[in-house]
Design a protein around this ligand. Structure first.
Ligand SMILES: [Zn+2]
Length: 97
């Protein structure tokens, strides 16, 4: 099988909740951020300088339905890099463009 043929048979992982393809996830985590604070036009402005410290656990969720799909970087990486081998058109719903 040629590489381009292989690529066409690799499908993105699906969200376990809404079955939409997951090309990326959204993530939130508590953290301590350091900003540079200045006044511009009589308003305080904040420029992010650095992340001082992450606190707690990251949570990753599906961009389609908002359900949490991973609770760690490892889980998120595994989920996003999982590819189900499936030949297009061979039995099933195809929502590919
Ligand atoms: Zn979803």
């Amino acid at each position: 099988m040629k590489p381009d043929e292989l690529a066409r048979t690799l499908r993105p992982p699906l969200c376990p909740h809404c079955n939409q393809p997951l090309y990326f996830l959204k993530m939130s985590i508590l953290g301590c951020l350091e900003y540079k604070v200045e006044v511009k036009n009589q308003q305080l402005t904040y420029d992010l300088l650095e992340v001082v410290e992450w606190q707690g656990e990251a949570e990753f969720w599906c961009p389609h339905c908002g359900q949490t799909v991973a609770w760690s970087e490892d889980e998120a990486l595994k989920l996003l890099t999982r590819r189900d081998l499936e030949v297009y058109g061979a039995g099933g719903s195809s929502s590919d463009n």
